[in-house]
Design a protein around this ligand. Structure first.
Ligand SMILES: O=C(O)C1=C[C@@H](OP(=O)(O)O)[C@@H](O)[C@H](O)C1
Ligand SMILES: C=C(OP(=O)(O)O)C(=O)O
Length: 430
């Protein structure tokens, strides 16, 4: 149990870098491991989820050296992967499990996979359905919807697949399967989801074409090793930006953070709500936009968040809900039913935690309705063992009248191991 003390008068001030992007870090290991040659990855996120991906490839015979936040991956090509002798454990990581189901389904060996309590109940049929259409053979709990799943490698054939869910994990799983399937694989998205897989496949030399929301790939160009720099994770930056946006007199600069437009929904929301943002040092590294963001506190107003905006801020909704408690008016979040199948049911968890702290917030089927501006009194909450809920509660504790008591903060190590230290560096007592 942790007690997060309340503050009399505090603000956020300073300059910081957040750790590397989780989505891009996972992909760097996956593509580096199946490319030919040594791939060097700088600013790799040493969080628990990404470590699961590293360990999975080590179990398939790939040498991966970890020097601080730099990885050296000795890729021997996709044919170089060896059958793992033990079941692969994906812990809490949906990205590892879903992308690797796609990557491994067409390899000539069997793989057994499982996860922790949370991952064991996250839907996998969204990935297994298209992979079966490509020819994948597998068996899994609940007809293959849940882990544990055993894949019996077979040769795959390309398909054309309109994505029924707005999910980058499903899109990526199909593209990774398409990398070694016969013929062409085409994925068509309804709304654009994060496109790190496409960008990184291009950097590794794959034969991939992107035309609007249609992506095509085939196996004609084997991947060649490359060097990568992982931008700071905008999803981690979101917690610090929100702290600055809700505490008067705050000014914060976050350097070298990823600014890929498929991920920056949180920045559009902050601006629409009235926060002041400045962007400097913008550049592109390995196809990924990156730059520095400075935020100044300004009074906030409520907005509606819905439709195509949702995929670009899906992981930020817990912290956006806290932001909305401090905005004048009624904020409505809808079309976000995907939150129900994350590490926990994040609609329920957010509403429970924020209402326990004193917010006026109501759960809907596909989102929530938040009335601001609310005075949060503090109280006792659960992190639901979900890193994004835990970090949201920590940021909330900066503005509560009394202390916040939370069961456990260890889940924060999934995506932002240095969060508590980074936040305390930026806290200034007035
Ligand atoms: O592809 C990725 O790296 C991710 C995609 C998103 O999931 P969905 O694809 O299920 O929306 C996101 O919530 C997750 O944190 C990471
Ligand atoms: C949903 C998340 O990750 P994953 O799906 O990889 O578990 C997240 O990091 O918020």
């Amino acid at each position: 149990m942790e007690i997060l003390k309340s503050y009399e008068s505090v603000r956020i001030y300073g300059e910081i870098e957040v750790p590397g992007d989780k989505s891009i870090s996972h992909r760097s290991v996956m593509l580096g491991a199946i490319a030919e040659g040594i791939t060097k990855v700088d600013n790799f996120l040493d969080g628990e989820d990404c470590i699961r991906t590293v360990e999975a490839f080590r179990a398939m015979g790939v040498a991966i050296e970890n020097q601080g936040n730099t990885l050296l991956i000795d890729g021997k090509g996709i044919e170089g992967l060896l059958e793992p002798v033990k079941p692969i454990y994906f812990g809490n990581s949906g990205t590892s499990a879903r992308l690797m189901l796609g990557l491994l389904a067409g390899l000539p060996f069997s793989t057994f996979m499982y996860g922790d309590e949370s991952l064991t109940y996250r839907p996998m049929s969204r990935v297994m359905k298209p992979l079966s259409e490509m020819g994948a053979t597998f068996i899994g709990r609940s007809g293959g919807d849940y882990l544990p799943i055993a894949l019996e490698g077979t040769s795959l054939t390309g398909i054309t697949y309109p994505l029924p869910v707005k999910s980058a994990q499903v899109k990526s799983a199909i593209l990774l399967a398409g990398l070694h399937a016969k013929g062409k694989t085409t994925v068509i998205e309804k709304s654009k989801t994060r496109d790190h897989t496409e960008k990184m496949l291009q950097a590794f030399g794959a034969n991939i074409r992107v035309d609007g929301n249609t992506i095509e790939i085939d196996s004609s160009h084997p991947l060649k090793a490359t060097n990568l720099f992982i931008p700071g994770d905008i999803s981690s930056a979101a917690f610090l930006l929100t702290a600055a946006a809700i505490i008067p007199d705050s000014t914060l600069t976050i350097k070298n953070v990823g600014l890929n437009q498929t991920r920056t929904g949180i920045l559009n929301i902050l601006e629409k709500m009235g926060a002041s943002l400045e962007f400097t040092n913008e550049q592109s590294i390995g196809g990924e936009p990156i730059g520095d963001i400075t935020i100044h506190y300004r009074p906030l107003r409520a907005i509606t968040i819905e439709g195509d905006m949702i995929p670009s801020l899906i992981d930020e909704i817990p912290i956006i809900a806290l932001l909305a408690t401090q905005a004048k008016g009624t904020t409505i979040i809808r079309d976000a039913e995907e939150l129900r199948v994350k590490e926990t049911d994040r609609i329920h968890a957010v509403v429970d935690v924020l209402s326990s702290l004193g917010a006026t917030i109501e759960e809907t089927n596909d989102g929530m309705i938040i009335k601001g501006k609310a005075k949060l009194h503090g109280g006792t909450v659960s992190s639901y063992n979900d890193h994004r809920i835990a970090m949201m509660a920590v940021v909330a504790s900066l503005i509560t009248e009394n202390a916040v008591t939370i069961d456990d903060l260890s889940s924060i190590a999934i995506s932002y191991p240095s969060f508590m230290k980074d936040l305390s560096k930026l806290l200034i007592n007035n």
